[in-house]
Design a protein around this ligand. Structure first.
Ligand code: PHE
Length: 362
């Protein structure tokens, strides 16, 4: 190619290159185009290799023209590089201006202990102050402790009231915490003050107030001369401590084979203030505390002489107590895995219980 053609080609290359890199915004891409243009095997690099093909008297001039072109192209690439780097820096700066490291972070909602656990701790606290021990028993029980030793022999109709889940090894998921009564009598002997909180299971049809898994606290006090008066006093104290005020309560006869006499202690429904709602089956009352004087047969099963000792027992529905205390109208809120039940929210754990001076009826 003669010198004129060479100059034209170089002018074209310059224009082409300028156009090509105008839209480039990444440094890597620019470097790639640069090596294709001015690099050793790039367009210009190859042209430099052709100097030797020109007649000797033109080589000096050709070399000069090519070097000038290389200088120009190098300048163009440098300019583009500066432009890209500048854009990157200002993008980072504007990003930085919206980030304020002094702002407080986003706080993840912190959970609390489950409402049933909170009530359990409170009940434990009340009874520990009254000198009660805390016992636990197995959730998978023998038929003997769950029924037999509680004066519910095989074929007794009371077994039907507490149908449960049976294991293939003939054991069962305990239907109440009462088995711990006899276990505690065997272990400690009289006199005895013990509570046993824990999980129980029943084959239930689930509704607003029934679940197949729930919590109870069993209570047992055995000594000489324990009477129904002690039982009533203790139950009233418990409700007053848990609710922080006197709660309206009533005592009515209730049948449980392991107590005689047996009672049902009901408290006025705090969800509806005794007016009637699905939680209290529209009666205004919630069965919360079945109780009674320990049946002599049960004392005998626990190796305690019923002529020497008497006692009372109760089975507090912890799950129901939690519902009343925190104004939770449906038991499934507590067992359904809804995180609002353990993350404090005004709706579920706010002070829903209005102070009122309802005197206890029993
Ligand atoms: N274990 C009984 C139940 O779950 C409750 C109960 C306990 C009743 C102690 C009387 C005395 O139904």
């Amino acid at each position: 190619m003669d010198i004129d053609q060479l100059q034209q080609t170089l002018a074209d290359l310059e224009a082409e290159t300028t156009a090509k890199i105008a839209g480039i915004t990444a440094i890597d891409e620019l470097r790639h185009v640069e090596s294709q243009t001015t690099g050793k095997s790039g367009t210009l690099g190859q042209m430099l290799g052709t100097i030797k093909d020109y007649p000797a008297d033109q080589r000096g001039q050709v070399g000069k023209i090519l070097n000038q072109a290389k200088g120009k192209l190098t300048g163009i690439f440098k300019q583009a590089g500066d432009r890209i780097r500048q854009a990157e820096t200002s993008a980072e700066a504007s990003k930085a201006s919206t980030f304020d490291p002094t702002l407080p972070g986003v706080r993840p909602p912190l959970g609390t202990a489950h409402p049933v656990t909170l009530v359990q701790w409170q009940v434990e606290d009340v009874f520990q102050r009254l000198g009660f021990m805390i016992e636990t028993g197995p959730e998978m029980e023998t038929e003997y402790y769950n029924f037999e030793a509680l004066n519910i022999p095989a074929l007794h109709p009371a077994r039907d009231m507490q149908d449960t889940f049976w294991m293939t090894n003939n054991m069962l998921l305990r239907t109440h915490t009462s088995p711990v009564q006899v276990r505690a009598m065997e272990r400690h002997g009289p006199p005895l003050r013990v509570i046993a909180p824990g999980r129980c299971f029943r084959y239930e049809t689930i509704d607003a107030s029934h679940e197949n898994t729930f919590h109870q606290v069993e209570g047992l006090m055995i000594d000489k001369n324990i009477s129904i008066a002690n039982l009533i006093a203790m139950m009233r104290l418990l409700l007053r401590e848990v609710f922080g005020r006197d709660v309206k309560a009533r005592l009515r006869p209730g049948y449980f084979p392991f107590v005689e006499p047996g009672f049902e202690l009901d408290m006025s429904c705090l969800i509806c203030d005794g007016k009637g709602c699905p939680t209290c089956k529209h009666t205004g009352w919630i069965e919360i505390l079945p109780c009674g004087m320990v049946h002599p047969n049960v004392l005998r099963y626990g190796k305690i002489d019923p002529h020497e000792y008497t006692g009372f027992a109760f089975g507090l529905g912890l799950t129901r107590l939690a519902m009343m205390k925190y104004g939770i109208g449906d038991i499934r809120v507590l067992t359904g895995g809804d995180l609002r039940a353990i993350v404090p929210t005004p709706r579920l754990t706010g002070p829903t219980i209005k102070p009122e001076s309802a005197g206890a009826a029993c």
